[in-house]
Write a protein that binds this ligand. Structure first.
Ligand code: HEC
Ligand code: HEC
Length: 492
């Protein structure tokens, strides 16, 4: 290389920090700005912001003592193995033997924060008659007399005290993860009972089973199920003559079991007998939810994934983004990408996962689009309370919702109480832990039917919801104001 050319190249390279040693590029490509000499060392240098690094946790490892929000960073790799590293019988025996310990640990964690005795009031019911749970269930932290006094401490002091009750919930067996169905479901559907872990939240805090289904296209019929659970065996007789052929095909696919990770015929499973798999309606029963949980398919490793409880499919027709963190833009797209069925390409090949054509997932979207919210007889056209039908407490609650309590800025009534956006509630201001980032604003129509609340179900009752948002938004609501707001939410 002649001298002038060397200077011409060297000058700008020095200016952007590339050394002469890197001029011979790996793979005959230029290394890029600030390329580290040793990528392994660079990986090890992740900045964790005071959090603990994730411990190695092959499937079946019980949750660590500390809650998982205290950990951060990366895991060993992004992919899961489709093969069990041990013989199935050894896996079955080991997981069965440790299950009582895993379940007891999950109960102990919940009981520390919440009073799990479910209180109800006669007459206060969900749409088909199950009694609504009444809270708050969170235990009032020591050293304060009232929740109002506690909220008055503010985020810094609460974080300092380390007793914020509404920290993120873990999956009870986060290393294996995947779907866990509540007892009310597995008592009927024995094939979904896992041998390694049980459901942790008491049934009083879950939606009714089976829930009603209202169709946007047949308001005159009310609940079209009349208390029947829709299955592959009965869907045709139940809906023949009510649905279009496209919707019918979509419903058929929604009640068809598909193989998933841990629910299939291979050794990679958590059911004693080989499993035919899981249908969309195994969690979204009758187009609503039974509260079944999963980990959000939006991050790795498993220990970094947020617990998510099943949202309702009601009113999806009015929503522009779907899923708590993935911001999926249409129902058809959602059915196509639904990763628990399975997004991991290696897993998909091994377990015989779901491979639906776009035309089929569009049909699933067609049925999803006619699942309505339950009736709200007290609401007018703009979802405002009709004064002659509402109680004084509900009316006062509506004023608070629109004003002092700030709810309507993110939950505007006319658009089914969602702004179709995502917000970062910055809950980590109140505890030392990994931030969860922006989450979708879920709609509030029919909200009395879908406890527990928030993406991970950490708020068991609407009283807990209002306490939570009073803390988060620092609105300083009085006890009577919180009660009015709850009365209003129950009317939606
Ligand atoms: C474990 C039980 C389970 C099964 C089975 C299941 N889902 Fe879900 N569904 C969930 C959970 C949990 C979420 C929340 C995911 C998230 O926040 O990322 C969800 C979210 C959704 C949403 C978005 C709802 C919203 O308000 O944002 C749609 C639509 C949906 N599921 C459709 C389906 C379809 C279609 C199938 C079948 C292919 C299916 N689900 C199977 C549990 C389940
Ligand atoms: C800054 C925007 C914002 C404000 C203000 C706000 N919310 Fe929300 N709301 C959200 C988001 C985002 C979520 C989902 C959070 C999550 O799942 O972690 C949510 C979730 C909820 C849920 C749970 C929904 C479900 O299906 O589980 C309820 C109930 C709720 N909000 C009620 C309220 C009330 C009542 C107020 C006022 C006191 C309020 N929100 C104020 C953004 C907001």
């Amino acid at each position: 290389m002649n001298r002038t050319l060397t200077v011409l190249i060297a000058l700008p390279m020095a200016a952007i920090g590339i050394s002469h040693a890197q001029v011979v590029p790996p793979l005959h490509q230029s290394p890029g700005v600030n390329a580290p000499e040793d990528l392994t060392a660079w990986r090890a240098g992740d900045r964790l912001g005071g959090l603990l690094p994730y411990p190695p946790a092959p499937p079946g490892t019980p949750n660590p003592e500390k809650p998982l929000y205290m950990y951060g960073g990366r895991g060993e790799g992004s992919w899961a193995l489709p093969e069990l590293p041990v013989p199935f019988n050894a896996w079955l025996q080991k997981m069965t033997a440790q299950r009582s310990r895993v379940d007891a640990a999950a109960q102990a964690r919940l009981k520390k924060r919440f009073d799990l005795t479910c209180r109800t009031r006669p007459g206060l019911t969900m749409s088909r008659g199950k009694l609504q749970p009444i809270g708050p269930t969170a235990r009032l932290p020591g050293g304060v007399k009232t929740w109002t006094a506690y909220a008055g401490l503010g985020p810094d002091q609460i974080r300092e005290r380390g007793d914020f009750p509404y920290t993120p919930l873990d999956h009870p067996l986060q290393s294996t993860a995947h779907m866990v169905f509540p007892g009310m479901w597995t008592r009927v559907h024995r094939e979904h009972e896992r041998f390694d872990v049980g459901f942790d939240i008491p049934e009083g805090f879950l939606p009714e089973y089976p829930p009603p289904l209202h169709l946007t296209t047949h308001r005159e019929l009310g609940d079209v199920t009349r208390g029947v659970e829709i299955t592959y065996a009965n869907y045709f007789e139940m809906f023949d003559g009510l649905l279009t052929p496209e919707q019918m095909e979509g419903l058929r696919l929604l009640v068809t079991p598909f193989q998933t990770a841990w629910f299939n015929v291979t050794d990679h499973r958590v059911t004693q007998a080989p499993s035919q798999g899981v249908a969309c309606f195994s969690c979204h029963v009758n187009g609503h939810t039974n509260g079944a949980m999963e980990l959000a398919p939006d991050s790795r490793p498993n220990y970094a994934r947020l617990r998510v409880d099943t949202p309702t499919m009601r009113g999806n027709y009015a929503q522009l983004i779907l899923a708590s963190k993935r911001s999926i833009r249409s129902m058809d797209h959602f059915a196509e990408v639904e990763e628990y069925f399975d997004g991991d390409p290696a897993m998909l090949q091994a377990i015989g996962g779901r491979t639906l054509q776009r035309s089929q997932t569009n049909r699933m979207g067609d049925f999803n689009a006619v699942i309505d919210f339950p009736p709200a007889p007290k609401l007018g056209v703009m979802n405002q309370l009709i004064p002659s039908k509402a109680t004084q407490a509900e009316l006062r609650g509506e004023v608070l919702f629109m004003g002092k309590a700030k709810c309507a800025s993110c939950h505007p009534p006319a658009t089914q109480f969602t702004d179709n956006s995502m917000h970062d509630l910055k809950v980590e201001r109140f505890y030392a832990g990994r931030p969860e980032g922006p989450i979708k604003t879920f709609p509030l129509r029919g909200i009395k039917d879908s406890p527990p609340y928030l993406h991970d179900g950490r708020l068991f009752t609407l009283e807990d919801v209002v306490l939570f948002f009073d803390l988060i938004l620092e609105t300083g609501l009085a006890e009577t104001e919180r009660a009015d707001l709850v009365a209003y939410l129950r009317a939606l």
